[in-house]
Design a protein around this ligand. Structure first.
Ligand SMILES: [Zn+2]
Length: 85
């Protein structure tokens, strides 16, 4: 039996002069969000894992602490709180 995640793959008929093809529609994924405030994270790759995995490491995430988890504004506050404590 097909894996449950593959059962819902949507398809669309595409007509060409010679034939009618059944094309698979790619699932849409949400943009990554900040874990503290919920803002959209910039510079973080998203989409199907087979596409993201092919990217280089520097293309996937910014090279700083908490990249991919916190936005810059929340990170600024977190660093300040850490230094003051
Ligand atoms: Zn945030």
């Amino acid at each position: 039996m097909v894996r449950p995640s593959l059962r819902v793959a949507k398809t669309r008929m595409k007509r060409t002069p010679s034939e009618t093809k059944l094309t698979r529609i790619e699932k849409r994924t949400k943009k990554p969000h900040c874990s503290k405030c919920g803002a959209i994270l910039h510079g973080v790759a998203f989409g199907r894992q087979n596409r993201v995995r092919k990217m280089s490491r520097s293309e996937r995430l910014p090279s700083r602490v908490h990249a991919g988890y916190l936005c810059t504004r929340c990170l600024k506050g977190a660093i300040k709180a850490e230094v003051r404590s």
